[in-house]
Ligand binder design. Sequence first.
Ligand SMILES: [Zn+2]
Length: 368
Amino acid sequence: MVEFLCTICSKTYPIDTDVWHCECGGIFEVTDLPAFDPKAIITDEYTLWRYRRLFSFEDEAHIVSMGEGFTPIVETNIYGLPIQAKLEYMSPTGSYKDRGASVLVSYLNRFDKLRPVVEDSSGNAGASLAAYTARIGIKARVFVPADASGPKLSQIAIYGAELNPVEGPRSAAEQAAHEAAEKEYYASHVYNPLFMIGLRTFAYEVVEQLGWRAPDNIVFPVGHGTFLLSTYRGFQHMLDAGVIDRMPRFFAVQARACDPIFQAYRRGFEDVQPVVAGATVAEGIRIAGPPRGRQVLEAIRTSGGAVLTVTDREIIRARRAMARLGLFIEPTSAAAVAGLRKLDKMLDSENVTVVPLTGSGLKAPVTP
Ligand SMILES: [Zn+2]
């Protein structure tokens, strides 16, 4: 049976619990899912829900789906390096967050929890949650930094979610959500393991689309690091079952203006200490104190990967370079591409390197 597991004291909770952290203060992951069995895949279902038996979601009637997942992989060549770009921006709301939101909201539907939910986000997660909750008439309240602006906020609002601007840094919006979560369900893209189950499906797809083999490398833009961590868990799931024979190396790229995971990596620390977040065009990864930083760092080190940083100038150039290849992405996604340029000593042109293109270029204005 799938349960929530406290990452500090190992106490377990049922997955329909209303609390979002353990009584000891620890945050949750899920316990082991059923063993990965390729025969459990529903091969005529061309969304991430083809993998639903792998996370014990059997009742089809409760699925809240808009065709998310099963995004294309497009081979391209950038900075002299062949990469397999996975077009996560082709998701229903324009970002990979739809994987998490679809699975989380489907569980809420299955648990018959149709009362209001809260979330804090300045962008893609809020938009995704707003869209999926709208599908089944759940009210979503999204706490956003008061200085956030642009297309993502309009996107959250037009789906019908309530925008709650909070003065101060991004962490103030998170704090406000934590307070609201005392009474309302916290549909967090960071703390809620049901969201992370959805993100895991990215790993399954990559392996399936590459002909049942693991790539050599995966390069992520990293703020909270939950996409990287969930993908790592997905590969571990397949490795444990003998479906793949090795783990890819995981590389994390952070914005230089906000690089807490890089700072811990560089110093050899196991824990990630918060930094003061500077301004960056990569707003989706501007996270000063990632709650799952320790696990993210452990995954990267265990896989033989690395953490690096890129400047805004490098991000903007990488965004343009990708657009010239027909791939229009938001600056946060371009951070990973910019990182490739600095990884050339660690990556071999014979390697298979996967780069998720996490968010659509339409979500961020183009700077001339
Ligand atoms: Zn605990």
